[in-house]
Design a protein. Structure first.
Length: 323
């Protein structure tokens, strides 16, 4: 009696087929699927991972990571990813418990948490924590590079040489950017080197370029801005005759406009010097949507608003024109 073959393969046959597929060059060379929280981390992973990664960033242009909570689609993406990379240092404060749980199931890495704590600024609101905005100083941001190389190489050992080459190129570009930033910001008159923004995201910027930094809110946008704080800053604007203040793309401009109005009521005109990228980069697909473009934009915008004679199109002529 002749028996027909089954219409569907057995479970053992399916597993054997998958094993054979995994051994083929095409499958072995498939891209790593990485989910990153902030735009800055996503850009760093893309720059180092190159053709070996596919990166999904959770927080796009204008999104505030201090208050962000994971959505249902975020959870699906992260549980399906080969690895999840987040900033750490209490930046994504609302997501920390979730990452702790997720880390029991798959690789989860807090990239900025690997930076030497001696190089970090203390968090003004939380004892034992640090200011997370380290991307504002190129010399500090490149300290995150080894953690990304290590994480990607652990997932794809054969790609280690490529990851290291890409990392070296990224560091070299960051060094050139740092040189531009120092030269450009040195053009700002000493008495005008005061950066006043919506929240205190520019502490590392101030330390790197010798600027006094003032924020209406604290390091986290979750902190409250009281009337006394706004009144004190209006006094500072008037007494020191500061020419400009700055809004941020990921923070409401309400408090900054209150400062401008308060100074005007006392006879001092203050301009809004432009919109800075603080906790989020520009739109995807734009120069400002990369970390290099983000910093170029901020440096150029600040320098021009505070009196430096520098081109509005920035270091590479790629900016649309800093206000």
């Amino acid at each position: 009696m002749t028996h027909n073959l089954p219409l569907y393969p057995s479970r053992r046959a399916v597993l054997a087929g998958l094993s054979a597929l995994a051994a083929t060059p095409a499958f072995a060379a498939s891209k790593l699927n990485i989910v990153a929280t902030t735009g800055m981390i996503a850009d760093l992973v893309r720059s180092i991972g190159g053709t070996g990664v596919e990166v999904e960033g959770l927080m796009g242009a204008g999104v505030d990571p201090h208050a962000y909570r994971q959505t249902r689609s975020d959870i699906v993406a992260m549980t399906r990813a080969d690895a999840v990379m987040w900033h750490g240092l209490y930046l994504e404060a609302q997501m920390e418990a979730f990452f702790e749980d997720l880390g029991r199931q798959r690789p989860v890495r807090a990239i900025a948490a690997t930076v030497d704590k001696d190089r970090l600024l203390a968090h003004e609101d939380y004892q034992g924590r640090y200011d997370p905005h380290i991307w504002m100083d190129p010399d500090l941001w490149v300290e995150c590079v080894p953690a990304v190389v290590q994480a990607l190489s652990a997932l794809r050992p054969k790609g280690k040489a490529m990851f290291e080459d890409n990392a070296a190129q990224f560091v070299a570009e960051a060094q050139v950017l740092q040189g531009y930033a120092r030269d450009t910001l040195a053009e700002v008159p000493a008495e005008r080197r005061v950066l006043l923004t919506a929240h205190d995201a520019f502490g590392y910027f101030g330390a790197a370029y010798d600027f006094e930094v003032l924020g209406i809110q604290g390091i986290s946008t979750e902190s409250e801005a009281g009337l006394n704080r706004i009144s004190t800053l209006v006094d500072t604007l008037v007494e020191r005759q500061l020419p400009a203040v700055f809004v941020e793309t990921s923070v409401s401009d309400r408090n900054i406009r209150a400062l401008v109005e308060g100074a005007a009521a006392r006879g001092h005109t203050v301009a809004i010097g432009g919109s800075l990228f603080s906790d989020a980069m520009g739109p995807d697909g734009t120069y400002e949507g990369t970390w290099l473009g983000m910093i170029d934009h901020n440096v150029t915008t600040i320098a021009r608003a505070l009196g430096a004679d520098v081109p509005a199109t920035g270091r590479l002529g790629k900016l649309k024109g800093a206000a």
